[in-house]
Every structure is written in structure tokens, then in C-alpha cells.
Design a protein around this ligand. Structure first.
Ligand code: HEM
Length: 161
């Protein structure tokens, strides 16, 4: 299972999330630029290719996250946050997959339609919310952190989630 989870202090999931979120962020920026007419054809091409890139990165990202999730004790506050994170990320993935499928015609036409833009933005908002919760799994609950720095307890309590 360590092949999927990484080493102590070097979990595989966090760096993969950077690649995945980066691809979707670029796709979202390209969709907006295309819609406002900045190099419309080129940015529409970049939008769709970045969406597909994000979907490909999502596969190892979700597998490594799932491998870590299996180690969490069910019913705990950490488990609840991680499970909502999981659900948000799966929802964002489905929205992006639908966007890429339905938006293929926009890609070939070289123009991002209104529906594709809305779907991309919806996927991105869900992704950002899920990323926030992923951060809480690590930075609030301390999952996969080998050595916690000594911080005033109140700060950690205020962080919530
Ligand atoms: C598109 C897919 C996903 C993205 C972009 C993503 C993103 C993130 C982010 C940003 C963090 C915080 C890490 C950090 O800031 O260093 C995180 C942590 C975490 N995520 Fe995900 N996540 C995804 C899918 C999943 C899935 C499907 C699961 C569970 C089935 C999952 C479980 C976890 C767990 C357990 C953590 C705690 C730290 C760790 O395991 O390394 N994630 N995720």
C-alpha cells in the first residue's frame, strides 16, 4: 500500500493535487480569456486540452487520496472532513468530465460557448471548496504530518473545519 501512499513525510497525494489543480486552474483561465475574445481560437484549444490534462492527472491523484482515506478511522471528525473532500473532488471531476465531453464541439470550433464556460466555472468552484477541505485534512487535523510544530492551541481551534 505504501506504493500508493508514499513515504513518511512524503505522501504522494499532495504533490499530485498541485498538478491536477494547476491544470484545472489553467483551463478555467483559458475559458474566461476565450470568452472575452483574447486570442479566442487558441485559448479555446488550450481550455479543452487543459481540461483533459486535469482529468488525466485526477486518476493518480484520486487513487493516492483514496489509499490514504482507507487508513482513516471511520466516524471521526478527520474522517468526516476527508469524506466530504472526497465527495467534492468526485463531483468536480464529474462536472469537468461532462464539460470536456459536451465541450468537444467548442474545441473543434475554436470558441468556448456560454454553457461550457458556466460548467467550467461550476467545476472550479467545487474544486476550490474541495481543496479547502483537503487543506483542513492536513493543516487542521494533521493527517500525514510527521512532526507538528508547537502552535498556540487557540490558533488551531480557530482554524475550524
Ligand atoms: C481531483 C482530485 C483531488 C484533488 C485535486 C485533491 C486535493 C487535495 C488537497 C489540495 C489536499 C491538501 C494537501 C496539501 O495541501 O498538501 C488533499 C488532501 C487529502 N486528500 Fe485529496 N484531492 C483529490 C481527491 C481525493 C480523493 C478521491 C480522496 C479520498 C478518497 C482524497 C483524500 C485526501 C486525503 C486523505 C488527504 C490528506 C493528506 C494526504 O492524504 O496526503 N483526495 N487533497
Amino acid at each position: 500500500m505504501n506504493l500508493l501512499r508514499g513515504l513518511p513525510g512524503h505522501p504522494f497525494h499532495p504533490p499530485l493535487t498541485g498538478a491536477t489543480i494547476g491544470a484545472y486552474t489553467f483551463a478555467t483561465a483559458m475559458a474566461v480569456l476565450s470568452k472575452v475574445g483574447v486570442s479566442e481560437h487558441n485559448t479555446a484549444t488550450a481550455w479543452w486540452l487543459a481540461l483533459v490534462t486535469g482529468l488525466v492527472f485526477t486518476i493518480p491523484t484520486a487513487i493516492t487520496g483514496f489509499a490514504d482515506w482507507l487508513y482513516i478511522e471511520g466516524g471521526t471528525p478527520l474522517w468526516r472532513t476527508a469524506t466530504i473532500h472526497l465527495s467534492a473532488m468526485l463531483t468536480a471531476t464529474v462536472v469537468f468530465a461532462i464539460t470536456a465531453g459536451a465541450g468537444h464541439a467548442d474545441y473543434t470550433d475554436g470558441s468556448v460557448g456560454g454553457g461550457s464556460l458556466v460548467l467550467t466555472l461550476v467545476g472550479y468552484v467545487v474544486l476550490a471548496a474541495g481543496g479547502w477541505l483537503g487543506g483542513a485534512v492536513v493543516f487542521t487535523h494533521g493527517m500525514r504530518v510527521v512532526k507538528l510544530v508547537d502552535e498556540p492551541a487557540s490558533e488551531r481551534k480557530e482554524a475550524g473545519a
